[in-house]
Design a protein around this ligand. Structure first.
Ligand SMILES: Cc1cc2nc3c(=O)[nH]c(=O)nc-3n(C[C@H](O)[C@H](O)[C@H](O)COP(=O)(O)O)c2cc1C
Length: 312
C-alpha cells in the first residue's frame, strides 16, 4: 500500500522543537478548554501572566466589544508565585505539550526575582511580558523603548537557563530597535505582539466603557499591525519570531508564517470558538498535504516582497 503523505508540522523555536506551530496567547487559555479538546494537540501551553504577589486586577468593566475585536483592561489579577508553584504547576506539568510561563512585574528587581523563582522543573520556557507598565519609567512599558528592553531582558537572562521569550508591544514607534535590543540582551525568541492601546466611550453616559478608561485592543482589527511587526522583526533579527494578534483562520496563520513567524499564538479567537486552535492544526496539516508541502520551512519567511518595503 502506498504511504500517505504526512507533512512535518514541527516548529523550531531556538533549542525547542514544538510538535506544531499553534499555541495559545497568554491570558486567553485556561484549564476549562480541556473539556472541549485534547490540550496535548497544541504546540505549547502558554499561561496567563503571573506577577509576584497577589493582585486584584483593574476596576470593572474589564472588557468591551469593538468592531472586529475587543478591548480589555483586565490588569493581570494574580494569585502570586506560591499559588503558581503549588497549585497550577502540578496540573500543567502533567501535559505532554511544553509549558511556557508568562511573567511580568512593575520593576526590574521584582521581574528578575520572579524569573528566577518560576525557573522550576516542569517549566519549559519563560515568556517575559515586557509590555506592562514599568513604575521606574513613569509607567511606560519596558518594551516601548530599546534601552529599557535591553536592561530588563539582561536582568531576566541572568536569572534563568530556560529559553526566554520576550513579548513585545505594538505601542512603540521603534519596534525593530526594541526587538534588536531584546535579542542583544539574550532573548531566545520574540513574540509579536501584545495588545494595542485603545479606548471606547458610551455616548449616552459619556463614560469610558472600561473601568480603567484605556485598554488593549485584540482580535482581527489588530492583525495587520501584528503582521507588520512580525515581518519587521523577523527581517531584522536572527532569533525566532512568534506571531500573535488577530489570528483566527488558517489564512491568518499562513500569512504570519509567510511573513517570517516560526509559530503563532491564538488569543481572542478562542473566546469566540473554544476549539479554534485544534481546528487550525488540522487545517494546516490538510493544506500542506493538498500542496505536497513537506515541512514548515517551505512556508516560513517565504514572502516575495520588494526589498525596500518602506512606507512613504
Ligand atoms: C482577555 C485578555 C487577557 C490577556 N491577558 C494577557 C496576559 O496576561 N499577558 C499577556 O502577555 N497578554 C495578555 N493578553 C494579550 C494576548 O496574549 C494577545 O497578545 C493579544 O490578545 C493579541 O492576540 P489576539 O488578537 O489573538 O487576541 C490578553 C488578551 C486578552 C484578550
Amino acid at each position: 500500500m502506498k504511504d500517505l503523505f504526512s507533512p512535518d508540522l514541527s516548529a523550531r523555536i531556538g533549542s525547542l522543537t514544538l510538535q506544531n506551530p499553534i499555541m495559545p496567547a497568554s491570558g486567553t487559555f485556561s484549564e476549562d478548554l480541556a473539556d472541549v479538546f485534547d490540550l496535548d494537540v497544541l504546540g505549547a501551553h502558554v499561561l496567563k501572566t503571573i506577577m509576584h504577589g497577589t493582585r486584584a486586577g483593574n476596576p470593572t468593566p474589564r472588557v468591551c466589544d469593538m468592531q472586529s475585536g475587543m478591548i480589555n483592561a483586565i490588569g493581570i489579577p494574580s494569585k502570586g508565585i506560591d499559588y503558581f508553584r503549588d497549585d497550577m504547576l502540578p496540573y500543567w506539568a502533567g501535559f505532554r505539550s511544553p509549558l511556557v510561563v508568562s511573567i511580568s512585574a512593575h520593576s526590574m528587581d521584582e521581574f528578575a526575582r520572579l524569573c528566577s523563582e518560576v525557573s522550576l522543573p516542569g517549566v519549559t520556557a519563560i515568556e517575559a511580558n515586557i509590555s506592562c507598565p514599568n513604575i521606574e519609567a513613569d509607567g511606560n512599558a519596558f518594551a516601548m523603548r530599546p534601552d529599557t528592553t535591553h536592561e530588563v531582558v539582561t536582568r531576566l537572562r541572568a536569572e534563568t537557563d530556560l529559553p526566554l521569550w520576550a513579548k513585545l508591544t505594538p505601542n512603540t514607534g521603534t519596534p525593530v530597535e526594541v526587538a534588536q535590543a531584546a535579542e542583544a540582551a539574550g532573548a531566545d525568541a520574540l513574540v509579536t505582539a501584545n495588545t494595542m492601546l485603545g479606548m471606547s466611550i458610551d455616548i449616552d453616559s459619556r463614560r469610558p466603557r472600561l473601568g480603567n478608561v484605556m485598554g488593549g485592543m485584540s482580535g482581527p482589527a489588530i492583525k495587520p499591525i501584528a503582521l507588520r511587526m512580525t515581518y519587521q522583526c523577523a527581517r531584522a533579527c536572527n532569533i525566532p519570531v512568534i506571531g500573535c494578534g488577530g489570528i483566527s483562520t488558517l489564512s491568518d496563520v499562513l500569512e504570519f508564517l509567510i511573513a517570517g513567524a516560526r509559530a503563532v499564538q491564538i488569543g481572542t479567537a478562542t473566546f469566540q470558538s473554544p476549539t479554534v486552535m485544534a481546528r487550525l492544526i488540522t487545517e494546516l496539516q490538510g493544506w500542506m498535504v493538498a500542496r505536497g508541502i513537506a515541512s514548515l520551512d517551505e512556508i516560513i519567511g517565504s514572502i516575495e516582497a520588494p526589498e525596500a518595503g518602506v512606507f512613504e
